[in-house]
Structure formats: C-alpha cells, structure tokens
Write a protein that binds this ligand. Structure first.
Ligand SMILES: Nc1ncnc2c1ncn2[C@@H]1O[C@H](COP(=O)(O)OP(=O)(O)OP(=O)(O)O)[C@@H](O)[C@H]1O
Ligand SMILES: [Mg+2]
Length: 500
C-alpha cells in the first residue's frame, strides 16, 4: 500500500508562479472590490496619488464589517479557510485577495479594523523564502501606511494596499506612474459596468469612489428608456448535487431589445458607456450574484450570430446564483464561465430571437430611409479602401431643379464648387456631434427660413414647368428631401395656401 509522504510546496516559487494566472489590472481591482461587497460595505474608495510621489501605492478601502486579528491572518492565507460561502457571497476559492493583488505588485498589506482595533499583515514577495511567513505590522509600521488615517476614521473596514509595482515598471520602461494612471482610467469604465447593479439597487446600494469621485453605474439595457423592449423573463430550473443531496436552483434569462441608435440622446449614450458600447456590448450579460462576469459575446452559440452591426440591439441578461458555480465552471478570476450543456438549446433560442428582432430593426430603418436616399441631398459611397465617402447628390430633384436654372458654363462652375464642398465634409466633427447627440437641442431648432423660401421658389418652378395645380406641385415638392420633413412641408404649405 502506498505511504503518505508530505510534499510541501515552495512558497517563493508557488507565489511567484501564481502571479501569472492572467489577471488584468482591472480584473484584479474588481476581485478586491468583490471582497468589500461580500463584507457588506456601503462605500468603497480607491486611492491613487495625484502626482508621482516616488512612493507609489494603490489603496482600496471599504467600510465593510472588517476583520479581527485572527480573521485577517486567515484572510492572508493562500487558501483562506471558510466554513461556508453565503448565497450572496462573491468569493469562492479563498485566494483572490492574494493572487489578484500580487499579480500587480510585490508588496500586499492588508489592514483591517473591527471592534475599534486595527491589525495589519503583509506579504512581501522579496521577503518570502522557504517558509509561508507573512509579516505582522507594528503600530508604527501601520501608521506609516498610506491612507491609514482614512481607515482610522471609520468605525470598521478594511484597507488593501498595493506597493512595489515591478511588472508595471517593466512594462512601461520605468514610467510606472503614467502606466498605472492609464490603467486606473481603464478600470473606471470596467467598474462602472460590472458593478452597475450594486450602484443602482434600491436597498443597500454600494458607492464606489476613485480619489473621492463617485462613479455612476452604466446600464447596458437602458432599462428606463421608453423604447427599450424588455421581453418577459424566464426561469430555467437546474438540479445540482451538494454533499450528496440533490438541490434545485434557477437561472433567470431575460431578452432585451435596445432602442434604435437614432432614438438615443447624449445621456443614453453615456449611460450605455459610449457609442462603441452599443455594438461592442451586444449579446449575453452573465451575472453571478448581480456581479457581471461576462459580457459582449454571443458565445458562438450559432455560427450565424456573431458580434455584428445587425445584432447590436440584442442583449440577453442571464442571472446565475453562486450555487451553480461548478456547473458554469466559474474560474478563479471570475472572468470566465462555460454555458452548461443542458441549457445551451434554450439559450440558443433566445439568441435567435433577439438577433432576428435586432436585424429587423436595423433593416427596417434602412429600408424606410432608402427611398428618400435615392433622392436625398447626400449620397454615400464606399471608397476602394473601404472608407465611407459622402457626396452631394446632383441628381436629387432639389439640387437638379436648382442647377437646371443656370447656363451650361455656370452650371459647370457650380458643380466644381459643390464637389469641393462635398470633399471637405468635416467627417470627424460630425461623428463626435452625432455621438454626443442631444435631442433637447434639436427640439429647440427653429424652421430654416432660407429653406422655406427656396421651397416656395421651387414650388413655383414646378407649377410653371408642369402646368399643374397647387396641390400637385406641393405634393411633388414635398416628396423629396429636404422638403419631405414634416415641419418644413407644413410651413411651406401654410405660406402658400394659408393653411394652419
Ligand atoms: N474587504 C474585506 N472585508 C472583510 N473580509 C474580507 C475582505 N477581504 C477579504 N476578506 C476575508 O478574507 C477571505 C479571503 O479573501 P479572498 O479574496 O482571498 O478569498 P475569497 O473571497 O474567499 O474567495 P475568492 O478566491 O473567490 O476571492 C474572504 O473569504 C473574507 O472572509
Ligand atoms: Mg475574494
């Protein structure tokens, strides 16, 4: 019979290897914040120096229930022991605090306040050799820690400190401060999205701050927009085994169709996380205990439905409880999950449904606009290198009617003039303005008087050349841009016929 032989891992080697399990900076920060949320924090603060002070640190502070000395000692252990994880807990492996932190830095210090007492332990990778020995900080060592006074002010809470950013130093050729500042900026968007449900929930919301600036959550479903179309949620029962006992849990699935891009104003786009988020974040949003773990993918459930302009209005919200972690193969970084086989077909149906609705929505607008397009003032072509180019459509009735009133040589001059204007379209500025579109401004815009005057002139030309009635001439005029706009057409009719 085989004998049991102790084979203790080398701490220095294991801790260093664990640094490379693939945490990004933002995922590592999120892992620390998971712990704060599980500790019932109402507020979490991230502090990073406002200038390169030489002693760089990243501090994550919370006002959660904190830890006693023995609890903190256990928390610092690689593989913290826990009797059980509550159903709302975001933790699972007993390793996130250490592995996430030390993936970004070499010195991790955790200070925690409970029952008015502050304790602190530190892992310093350079100090770890052959033993699993962490450092217990003295009172004066604690006081030297950045943000110590902020923890002291709280009645309870935890302060996680990262120092000695060797990897950032190497990656940035010594420009660690600039590198980390950039990473923190990236991180802000990530936190606003993955924790958005904690920020906006009615009871016990959690506030997140970066250097005292409060973060507002994104809303990838624009739940409060009148044109968002949330479908009826469904619950999929799943049975699983726990300690030999068969249990049942539910996966909640809800499909959403977002409003058309033209129905979004500046605030909506901000709430989505930017105009790119509309296309990039289509597909599944998988939440584990309200914390977003995966988003912006259709999971390749069908070769047809991949991230694409056509499907950008489709979203599927999936809520999974932590009791189903094993079935979903949740990874240590809580960044990956695999759809369980027995629900793939059900989810595939949802994908088909939202994608087809989204496609229809994209296509419908395009069809509505295409009739007018052939007579539109601007036409869009695609250049040889695939870029969109816009030109004034000299065949549009409005432009053609105008050009026809000139002699040939003048017409040639005007055409050259039009060509120069067309090719100098401030494309980038227009793009930015469209992204920042604000409906209020649009509503305030008055009717363009020059446009009305031109419309009236063209009305008379049509009447003369066609020898038709007022009504027929008006109908012809107002069929095409720019006079087919409802308000413009109404105003021209009013001025010609005196109609109200
Ligand atoms: N901010 C905090 N406030 C209170 N307790 C904390 C805090 N951070 C960590 N802990 C305690 O330390 C333990 C270990 O944290 P760690 O992140 O290493 O593992 P985990 O959260 O249990 O699981 P996972 O590896 O999935 O994150 C937690 O279970 C919790 O009991
Ligand atoms: Mg954790």
């Amino acid at each position: 019979m085989a004998t049991r032989v102790k084979n203790i891992p080398s701490p220095a080697i294991l801790m260093n290897s664990m640094r490379s399990i693939g945490y990004s900076f933002k995922a590592a920060v999120a892992d620390i914040l998971d712990n704060s949320i599980s500790a019932s924090a109402k507020n979490t603060w991230i502090y990073f120096p406002a200038y390169d002070c030489g002693n760089l640190y990243l501090a994550i502070l919370d006002d959660g229930f904190g830890m006693s000395k023995s609890e903190l000692f256990n928390a610092m252990k690689y593989g913290s022991e826990k009797e059980f994880y509550g159903e709302k807990d975001l933790g699972r492996f007993g390793i996130g605090l250490k592995s996430a932190s030390l993936s970004q830095c070499k010195v991790l210090t955790v200070l925690s306040k409970k029952d008015s007492k502050i304790n602190a332990y530190r892992w310093d990778l350079d100090a770890v050799k052959d033993e699993w020995e962490c450092l217990e900080l003295t009172e004066s060592e604690m006081q030297e820690c950045p943000c110590y006074e902020k923890l002291e002010e709280l009645s309870q809470g935890t302060l996680v400190l990262w120092q000695n950013f060797d990897i950032a130093y190497k990656k940035s050729n010594g420009h660690t401060y600039e590198y980390l500042s950039e990473k923190l900026e990236e991180c802000e968007g990530h936190l606003r999205l993955i924790f958005h449900r904690f920020m906006s929930r009615k009871t016990n919301p959690v506030s997140f701050y970066i250097n005292d600036d409060k973060l507002t959550g994104y809303d990838p479903f624009l739940e409060n927009h009148s044109k968002t179309d949330p479908k009826k949620p469904s619950e999929i029962p799943v049975t699983y085994e726990e300690n030999g006992v068969e249990k049942k849990a539910y996966i909640r699935v809800q499909q959403y169709i977002l409003p058309h891009q033209n129905d979004l104003d500046k605030k909506d786009i901000e709430l989505l996380g930017g105009i790119e988020a509309l296309k990039d974040n289509q597909g599944f949003f998988i939440y584990r205990n309200d914390r977003l773990i995966i988003y912006g993918t259709w999971f390749r459930l069908s070769s047809r439905y991949v991230n694409n302009e056509l499907y950008k209005y489709g979203r599927i919200k999936v809520d999974i409880p932590n009791s189903l972690d094993e079935i979903w193969d949740i990874d240590i970084k809580k960044q990956n999950a695999v759809i369980p086989k027995n629900i793939i077909n059900l989810l595939r149906k949802s994908v088909m449904n939202v994608c087809e609705i989204s496609k229809e929505k994209t296509g419908k607008r395009a069809r509505l606009e295409s009739d007018a397009d052939s007579a539109g003032i601007w036409t869009k072509n695609v250049s040889r290198n695939g870029k969109d180019i816009f030109h004034i459509n000299t065949q549009a009735p409005f432009i053609k009617g105008f050009l026809d009133s000139f002699r040939d040589e003048d017409r040639a001059k005007i055409l050259r003039f039009i060509d120069v204007i067309s090719s100098n379209l401030p494309f980038d500025d227009i793009y930015v303005s469209v992204c920042n579109k604000n409906n209020e401004t649009e509503a305030d815009e008055g009717i363009n008087d020059s446009l009305i005057m031109m419309g009236i002139e063209q009305f008379h030309t049509i009447k003369e050349t066609r020898q038709c009635s007022d009504d027929v001439a008006l109908e012809k005029l107002c069929k095409y841009p720019p006079f087919n706009d409802e308000r413009t057409a109404k105003e021209i009719r009013r001025r010609i016929k005196g109609d109200e």
